[in-house]
Design a protein around this ligand. Structure first.
Ligand code: PNW
Length: 455
């Protein structure tokens, strides 16, 4: 009996990213990315884990697509590895790298699964990092060239293109606090990176559209920022600042309003924003057909003199307190608060109207409970997480939000960046010794949800 039905044509799917699942890092002409370098740097990734083998998806993609078909997925979001396509970041295209995605797309289409391509999920060619990476303006141009090369090969079969995944992470974690590759720790560099990522998005979006791409979008990890005390003016100011640094700094220029004045003033206290040139904001405002939203947990802040702030939000040190997560937590230590997803969807729909939304990632890391004998892995806590968040998404739809689909993170357990393989997000269990895939209880549950188009 269906209690909650989603709109007709609602897109159900799952998401992954190249470096997290593919492995085969030295095959068919792929060159190192910043994540190959970073994961080999002692102390950066849990127990020195790397993506060298990961889920060996590069060789097992056919089996994985069969698994997706078995689960009834209508869409699959994957990312293309730039260092497979243009190993030096720029220069000649490597056809063998494109061949892999060609085979993958055909396998998906054979099974009636709609491919959703992410062009950049953090694996910048190391050769480009050596020239400044995203702190260098040229990287934005190289990105657009690379995007076009991928479109030239796959554009006849792929309808939906997204440029960047979570530029907030690339910039603030990659160049600001050093938690992600390339490991930079410089707040000014983080803001330069924000701008060049957005510029790269705009240039690529324009090029893709000119080449005939049907749907062009971007994926952001927006924050549902909440005050510790709803009545406190200081807390409201802290919310405004964090919202500016994570949400409006991306959404405003993407939707044509340019950078918000309060955010620019904040940036200017840290670095002279001379990297923003005349005309850039116009490029960044290239028309968007779709906004992908990744949501995992809410962010609670208080405004407090001397507050510790967060290294992931430059300039919050000394004035903002990020509250420790409370209540039930996932294995990442992240709060479980489905209502945050409803709030976020409604807020984006209200403040940036007319933009179709899709949840490009949502899911939870939970410790593995291997009940091998039963033929699946019992992940009741993940089922509860997903159920709660789908109800929250439905609530937003019921209140009028134009939400087009939901992609669970992730299809497979995979390389969870700085956490290595110790955190498992998959609805399908991966045994890294044998590469055996076992659908978890959540995969069976999701299969049911999809077949009923609801809960
Ligand atoms: C996202 N944070 O990463 C990524 O898009 C995925 O590749 C990743 O596996 C998934 O979420 C789970 O972590 C994030 O610190 C990493 O706020 C870190 C943060 C947010 C998202």
């Amino acid at each position: 009996m269906t209690e909650l039905r989603f709109p007709e044509g609602f897109v159900w799917g799952a998401a992954t990213a190249a470096y997290q699942i593919e492995g085969a890092v030295a095959e068919d002409g792929r060159a190192p990315s910043i994540w190959d370098t970073f994961s080999r740097t002692p102390g950066k990734v849990f127990q020195g884990h790397t993506g060298d083998v990961a889920c060996d998806h590069y060789h097992r993609y056919a089996e994985d697509v069969a698994l997706m078909a078995d689960l009834g997925l209508r869409a699959y979001r994957f990312s293309v590895a730039w260092p497979r396509i243009r190993p030096d970041g720029t220069g000649p295209v490597n056809p063998r790298g494109l061949d892999f995605y060609d085979r993958l797309v055909d396998a998906l289409l054979d099974r009636g699964i709609d491919p959703i391509v992410t062009l950049y999920h953090w694996d910048l060619p190391q050769a480009l990092e050596n020239q400044g990476g995203w702190t260098a303006r040229e990287t934005a141009e190289h990105f657009a060239d690379y995007a076009l090369a991928v479109h030239q090969r796959l554009g006849d079969r792929v309808r939906t293109w997204t440029t960047l995944n979570e530029p907030w992470c690339s910039a603030y974690l990659g160049y600001g606090n050093g938690v992600h590759a390339p490991g930079g720790r410089d707040a000014g560099a983080a803001f330069r990176a924000v701008h060049h990522l957005l510029l790269g998005h705009g240039l690529a979006a324009r090029a893709l559209r000119a080449a005939g791409a049907e749907v062009v979008g971007i994926t952001l990890n927006l924050a549902d920022v909440q005050p510790a005390d709803a009545g406190s003016a200081a807390d409201a100011a802290a919310v405004r600042l964090v919202d500016g640094l994570q949400n409006r700094i991306f959404l405003d220029p993407l939707t044509g309003a340019g950078y918000p004045d309060d955010v620019l003033a904040h940036v200017a206290r840290i670095v002279e924003p001379d990297f923003v040139r005349d005309g850039d904001e116009k490029v960044i405002a290239a028309p968007l057909d779709l906004l992908g939203l990744n949501y995992y947990a809410p962010t609670y802040v208080a405004g407090r003199a001397g507050g510790a702030g967060s290294s992931a939000y430059p300039g919050t040190e000394g004035g903002v307190e990020f509250l420790p997560p409370v209540g039930p937590l996932t294995d990442m230590g992240w709060m479980i608060e489905p209502a945050g997803l409803t709030r976020l969807l409604e807020r984006v729909a209200a403040d940036y109207p007319g933009l179709p939304l899709i949840i490009t990632e949502n899911g939870g890391a939970f410790p593995d409970r291997n009940t091998e004998g039963t033929g699946w892995v019992a992940d009741t806590d993940r089922v509860a997480y997903l159920d709660g968040h789908l109800r929250a998404a439905h609530e937003a739809v019921a209140r009028g939000v134009d939400l087009r689909g939901y992609l669970v993170w992730s299809l497979l357990d995979n390389f969870e960046w700085a956490e290595g393989y110790r955190k498992r997000f998959g609805i399908v269990h991966v045994d890294y010794l044998t590469q055996r895939r076992t659908p978890k209880e959540s995969a069976r549950w999701y299969q049911e949800v999809i077949s009923r188009n609801g809960l």
